[in-house]
Design a protein around this ligand. Structure first.
Ligand code: ADE
Length: 224
């Protein structure tokens, strides 16, 4: 998979993609992540990428030209499965969307700033809009890092134990059951007996019951 991220803060991504599973997935060539600094694409002298809003109102709007040039250049080089704009005024990301995106070959993610991007970019180029939740971030960078992480970990080989991604919360509309590791008794806080029983049928039954209980209490909407 190849992911092209367009941003006015390219340095932001030095951190999120250089650790753990995302780092290893790149080393194993499962994913190539390319960060594109939008500002050099601007053709005006000041290299500005935003301007006032037509019709008035607070907040600057990201200009069409640099985004058009950057996306058009990328599209000339290869075909993209989706051109994604990260913005709070769009459908909320869920596991199903991550699963679908994880089988893509090429993705573009466009990070917005200020008030957002000129609507004509959305109309002309964007094939998918994603919000990572009902709250507003300072820009799309964190959201695109979240989206990238949630997709890349699903690429076969990214997580050493592949079944682990399949047994995540949300994969079967249920939240995950409680999990424990050694020691079995810490200060008298004990691991549930059943997990020490060695009986896989009983363990599976317990896990399912706990997952349903947790989902009912925490996210009853998932059970509907
Ligand atoms: N940009 C700002 N807030 C966002 C959000 N919640 N999701 C996606 N992109 C955003």
């Amino acid at each position: 998979m190849r992911i092209d991220i367009i941003s006015i803060f390219p340095d932001f991504f030095e951190g999120p993609f250089s650790h753990s599973i995302l780092k290893r997935a790149q080393e194993k060539k499962l994913v190539e992540i390319h960060i594109h600094d939008l500002r050099p694409y601007s053709t005006n002298k000041q290299k500005s990428v935003d301007d006032y809003q037509y019709g008035g109102g607070s907040g600057m709007v990201m200009n069409i030209q640099p985004i058009d040039d950057c996306i058009s250049k990328l599209k000339e080089e290869r075909e993209y499965d989706e051109i994604i704009y990260l913005t709070p005024d769009s459908p909320t990301l869920n596991q199903n969307t991550c699963n679908n995106l994880s089988i893509s070959k090429n993705l573009i993610m466009l990070c917005g700033h200020y008030k957002g991007i000129d609507q004509r970019i959305r109309d002309q180029f964007i094939t998918m809009e994603v919000s990572i939740g009902d709250y507003v971030l300072t820009g799309g960078e964190l959201a695109s890092a979240v989206l990238t992480d949630s997709i890349v970990r699903l690429i076969p080989g990214a997580i050493s134990d592949e079944t682990s991604a399949l047994s995540d919360s949300f994969q079967d509309e249920l939240l995950s059951h409680p999990i424990y590791t050694r020691p079995s008794d810490y200060k008298g806080w004990k691991v549930p007996e059943v997990l020490l029983s060695g009986n896989p049928i009983l363990i599976e039954k317990w896990r399912e019951e706990k997952a349903i209980e947790k989902t009912k209490n925490t996210r009853p909407d998932l059970l509907q």
